[in-house]
Write a protein that binds this ligand. Structure first.
Ligand SMILES: Cc1ncc(COP(=O)(O)O)c(C=O)c1O
Length: 376
């Protein structure tokens, strides 16, 4: 029997309708969208249709979307592109203490190139400190990059408030929406952001495809150099099948956003309640309300997460701490939230998906409870 999959924040399976949408572009419609003959025209049509579908999900103009190889590339493109384009105006960047490595490592790299990066702390629920962010702003600040929602604990950041606080100072605002686009509303107009990253494989499209929203009028330094694809903003022959898939995934996500979110939340809450009933010494991480509907980060006191995952092989979930030989490495997110070590080391992230069934949740509760009892 396959393990029960409760790791949708790590990746999602490809939706059957998404697979059908991409299939022709892996077989018959193999043309290069830059070609002027019928094969090329077919491929170009698919790319532009997908751009419209992605723009519809993000509430922007299709011209403001470029396709990338995923969330990591979108973040690299946005952050490096903004930093290099604006370096004459200043060399200061602000970020948060709970970003994904696809943001923190980019910032760290920029530090080696002479940029200064301020990392704003979060509170015990993972929410960024607005006061600290305000204090970090300087006349040299050119970019703020704060994630929309956290992949480990699910906390949703007050992006609109941060954008408002940064005000009309000409500071670019980027948000990593890898965990939100397609799960909760992520309208670039409502958020007020200049740049927003999307990862296809978190929304039932395949791995290796993503998108970046670039607000009209914002120019970034080129990230991929080459021919003039994507209106001269991202070189490289388009991943037509992946793009068609992402487009379809965005269309489906938009159509079912509320229903899917409600279902994932019900499954998440059923899991939380079941675990609470069966296991003592539990700690829930993340914000109790401002949280992704599908994410449950739970710490089992005095248990080692890696050993626990091994014991509960019937459930596929993620650990919030990793053991490297004799030393225990607690995730930077849990550290930033000051989760006590006796809890942090036993942290598991469960994340539900649109097709998670109640029976799977009940079985996952049993398996997890048995494994925790055994280890304690
Ligand atoms: C918040 C966040 N940002 C970025 C990424 C990276 O996206 P990708 O795997 O498409 O490069 C992930 C994926 O784990 C993520 O959760």
């Amino acid at each position: 029997m396959k393990p029960i999959y409760l790791d949708y924040n790590a990746t999602t399976p490809i939706d059957p309708d998404v697979y059908e949408a991409m299939r022709p572009f892996l077989t018959d419609h193999f043309g290069n969208p830059s070609s002027s003959h019928a094969y090329g025209v077919e491929a170009r049509k698919a790319v532009e249709k997908a751009r419209g579908q992605a723009a519809d999900l993000l509430d922007c103009d299709p011209i403001e979307i470029i396709f990338t190889s995923g969330g990591t590339e979108s973040n690299n493109h946005a952050i490096k592109g903004a930093a290099f384009a604006r370096r004459k105006d200043g060399r200061h960047i602000i970020t948060s203490a709970v970003e994904h490595p696809a943001v923190t490592e980019v910032c760290r790299h920029l530090e080696t190139l002479g940029f200064r990066v301020s990392t704003v702390p979060v509170d015990g629920t993972g929410l960024i400190s607005l006061k600290a962010l305000e204090n970090a702003l300087t006349t040299e600040t050119i970019l703020i990059t704060v994630m929309h929602a956290n992949n480990e604990v699910g906390t949703i950041q007050p992006i609109e408030e941060i954008v408002q606080m940064a005000g009309n100072r000409g500071i670019l605002f980027h948000t990593d929406a890898a965990q939100t686009a397609g799960k909760i509303p992520a309208s670039v107009k409502e958020l007020g952001v200049d740049l927003l990253s999307v990862a296809g494989h978190k929304v039932y499209a395949p791995k290796g495809i993503g998108a970046l929203y670039i607000r009209s009028g914002v120019s970034l330094e080129k990230f991929m150099h080459g021919a003039g694809h994507e209106s001269n903003r991202r070189a490289g022959t388009e991943n037509v099948a992946g793009i068609a898939a992402l487009g379809k995934a965005c269309e489906l996500a938009k159509r079912n956003l509320g229903g899917n979110a409600l279902h994932m939340q019900r499954m998440r809450d059923r899991l939380r309640d079941g675990l609470k009933e069966k296991i003592g010494g539990l700690r829930l991480n993340g914000h109790p309300e401002k949280c992704l509907p599908n994410t449950l980060s739970v710490s089992f006191k005095d248990v080692d997460a890696a050993i626990l995952l091994y014991e509960m092989k019937g459930v596929a979930a993620s650990a919030g701490a990793a053991c490297h030989g004799a030393s225990l490495e607690i995730s930077s997110v849990l550290k930033a939230m000051d989760v006590p070590v006796e809890y942090a080391r036993g942290t598991i992230r469960f994340s539900t998906g649109k097709s998670t069934a109640p029976g799977e949740i009940d079985r996952a509760v049993e398996i997890t409870a048995e494994a925790v009892k055994k280890l304690r």
